[in-house]
Design a protein around this ligand. Structure first.
Ligand code: ATP
Ligand code: MG
Length: 266
């Protein structure tokens, strides 16, 4: 594998609310960036293993998974497998990972194990995406400690805003105490239905409050995105002409543009 000149940009896809579209976003963004000729690693930080399965990798058939990496049994490179359908690498997970919390608690630098494991491969990729579980647990903390930024997918529903402040505060605390590099990259509106007035209202509220931290791209509710995981494919590969696929490609481009602009401003 050719080495990059600069280390990978590492982003967590996080929201402690369940079922808001984290994994769908992580998988499709990974595939979109890969389609844009970027070298991508998708890390499945959720014991549910949905990002693994949705990338066409059988979570119960892999030799190693993130659990063995976090407890130092294997190197990260040894645990990575290829998503043939997505064109990116996957660090798989399965139920075993739920045991990691207990092992980690007993370790020094327990929130930095993922960050340390990533050091060895950071020049092998352009982007590393981390699909977080729906918790603010020690696993999620390992993700936030290792990342440069957080992407928050959210549905434009009334209660969506409630949990958001907890997450934004967690990001600020991690930034202050553990990882100075961490920043909120942006909020991504997902599963959006333009016909629903309430969604439009909440969307406007989000924009008014978070301003340029809201991505311009909006991901529509689209059944093709929901069907894709059962075929072991990212939605953008399963039906690249679907509205959902086009939106995630646009999101990949928007993210790359944002990073370029930030780089130029720095
Ligand atoms: P969890 O918190 O359990 O990890 P999650 O936040 O990762 O969930 P997903 O698994 O990505 O959420 O999505 C939840 C459900 O919504 C899934 O069935 C998924 O296929 C569906 N879904 C996600 N995004 C869309 C979309 N844009 N249009 C239609 N269905 C979607
Ligand atoms: Mg998920």
């Amino acid at each position: 594998m050719t080495k990059a000149k600069s280390p990978a940009r590492i982003f967590c896809v996080a929201n402690q609310k369940g079922g808001v579209g984290k994994t769908t976003t992580a998988i499709n963004l990974a595939a979109a960036l890969a389609a844009l000729k970027q070298r991508v690693l998708l890390i499945d930080l959720d014991p549910q293993g949905n990002a693994t399965m949705g990338s066409g990798v059988d979570k119960n058939q892999v030799d190693n998974n993130l659990y063995q990496v976090l407890i130092g049994q294997v190197t990260l490179a040894d645990a990575c497998v290829k998503s043939e359908s997505g064109g990116y690498d996957v660090l798989p997970s399965n139920r075993e990972l739920s045991g990691a919390e207990i092992d980690l608690v007993q370790m020094d630098d327990r929130e930095k194990q993922l960050k340390m494991a990533l050091k060895a491969i950071e020049f092998d990729y352009d982007f590393i995406l981390i699909d977080c579980p729906p918790t603010l647990s020690l696993l999620t903390l390992n993700g936030l400690a290792a990342a440069h930024g957080v992407i928050i997918p959210m549905q434009c529903e009334y209660f969506a805003l409630e949990g958001l402040s907890d997450l934004v505060n967690t990001v600020k605390r991690v930034h202050r105490n553990i990882n100075n590099d961490l920043e909120l990259i942006g909020l991504l509106r997902v599963m959006f239905d333009t016909r629903v007035t309430l969604q439009q209202q909440v969307s406007q509220q989000i924009q008014a409050h978070f301003k340029d931290k809201v991505f311009e791209t909006i991901i529509p509710r689209n059944v093709r995105l929901a069907e894709a995981p059962s075929h072991g494919m990212p939605g953008i590969v399963y039906d690249r002409n679907s509205r959902g696929a086009k939106a995630y490609i646009a999101f990949g481009k928007e993210l790359m543009k944002r990073i370029k602009q930030q780089g130029a401003a720095a």
